[in-house]
Design a binder for this molecule. Structure first.
Ligand SMILES: C[S@@+](CC[C@H](N)C(=O)[O-])C[C@H]1O[C@@H](n2cnc3c(N)ncnc32)[C@H](O)[C@@H]1O
Length: 290
C-alpha cells in the first residue's frame, strides 16, 4: 500500500470512529498536515504485563522489512529478507516506547543511512506515529525522505526475540519510560536485570543503550541496575562527543518537551555492553538547562 493510500484509509476509519462516538465528524484533515493527536485517543498507560491481543511474527525470519522501510525495496540488493540475507541493511536503531514519535523521526533525520524503528505498546499511539511517518513520506516523496523509519506496535518486554537477531542493534533508546511508582508495579519497569540480559543479547559489540528520565527515583533505579549488570559499562561524556543522537535526548521527544516546558530535571545514562569483567563509568546527571 502506498503511504498516501495508508493515510486515506486511516482517516476514513478515524472519521467513522469519531462520528459513531457521538462527537460529530472532525474537520476534513489535510492529508499533508501532521496528524492531530486528539483524533487518536489513547489510554494514558497500558500494562505491559497484560496479554495483549496483537500479532507478532513467529521469528525474525518471517519478516519482510521492506514492508516497513520502503528504502529497502529500492536498495538494489533486493527487498526485505533477501536483502538481509545478502548483507543488506537491517534495523540498527530502536526507540523503545517511542510514544508519539518525535525522537524517532529525529533519528531518521540525523541518520538517513540507518534504519530506525520505534516500538510502542499502545495501539492508538502507534497508529498515530505510523500516520505521522506516512504523511512525512508523502510530503517528502521527491527527496525520498523518511523511508528509513518505521513503527511497530509491540511489547518490548515480551516481543524482541520475534523481531531481532543477536548483536543486531547498535543504539537502543529508553526515553522517559513509564515510572510505575508503586513498589508492587516495579516489575512493569522496562529496565530490570532480566530485561537487560535480553537487551545485551540484541545489542552489537560497541552498541549503546541510552536512558533518560525526569523521575529521580526511576533514574536511580535505572542507573543502579545498569551499574550492577556485568554486561554493561558506563560511557564517559567524551566518548559521546559527536554522538548526534545523544544531543537530542533531552529535547526531541514529546515527553522531553513536556519536561522542558515544566523546567524539570533530567537524568541520563549511556551504557555499552562490554565483557564479564567490565567496569562502570561515571554517571551523567544533567539538568535540561545544561
Ligand atoms: C512516558 S511515555 C514516553 C514516550 C517517548 N519515549 C517520549 O519520550 O516522548 C512511555 C511510552 O512507552 C510505552 N511503553 C510502555 N511499556 C512498553 C512496552 N513494554 N513496550 C513498548 N512500549 C511501551 C507507553 O505506551 C508510552 O507511550
Amino acid at each position: 500500500m502506498s503511504p498516501a493510500a495508508g493515510v486515506g484509509v486511516h482517516l476514513e476509519k478515524k472519521q467513522k470512529t469519531e462520528g459513531s462516538g457521538g462527537k460529530g465528524a472532525p474537520d476534513q484533515q489535510d492529508p499533508k498536515s501532521k496528524p492531530k493527536k486528539k483524533l487518536y485517543r489513547a489510554r494514558a498507560h497500558s500494562n505491559p504485563l497484560n496479554d495483549q491481543s496483537f500479532d507478532v511474527p513467529t521469528t525474525p525470519d518471517g519478516i519482510d522489512w521492506s514492508e516497513h522501510f520502503p528504502c529497502l525495496a529500492s536498495d538494489g540488493a533486493g527487498a526485505g529478507k533477501e536483502a538481509e540475507a545478502a548483507g543488506g541493511r537491517v534495523v540498527e536503531f530502536l526507540d523503545v516506547g517511542c510514544g508519539f514519535g518525535g525522537f524517532l523521526i529525529k533519528l531518521a533525520d540525523l541518520y538517513p543511512e540507518k534504519l530506525s524503528l520505534g516500538l510502542e505498546l499502545r495501539d492508538k499511539v502507534s497508529e498515530y506515529v505510523k500516520d505521522r511517518i506516512d504523511v512525512l513520506r508523502e510530503n517528502h516523496e521527491a527527496e525520498g525522505l523518511y523511508r528509513n523509519v518505521a513503527i511497530i506496535r509491540a511489547n518490548a518486554m515480551r516481543d524482541l526475540p520475534h523481531y531481532f537477531r543477536k548483536g543486531q542493534l547498535t543504539k537502543v533508546f529508553f526515553l522517559f519510560p513509564d515510572p510505575h511508582f508503586k513498589a508492587c508495579n516495579h516489575r512493569r519497569r522496562i529496565i530490570s536485570t532480566p530485561l537487560l540480559d535480553e537487551y545485551a543479547y540484541f545489542l552489537a559489540k560497541g552498541g549503546i543503550l541510552y536512558t533518560i528520565t525526569d523521575v529521580e527515583e526511576l533514574g536511580k533505579w535505572m542507573r543502579d541496575h545498569l551499574d550492577a549488570h556485568p554486561l554493561f559499562r558506563r560511557i564517559s561524556d567524551e566518548d559521546l562527543e559527536g554522538d548526534k543522537a545523544a544531543q537530542f535526548l533531552p529535547s526531541a521527544s514529546e515527553e522531553a518537551q513536556k519536561v522542558k516546558r515544566n523546567e524539570g530535571k533530567v537524568r541520563h545514562s549511556f551504557v555499552r555492553p562490554s565483557g564479564l569483567s567490565s567496569l562502570t563509568a561515571v554517571t551523567c546527571d544533567l539538568c535540561v538547562a545544561c
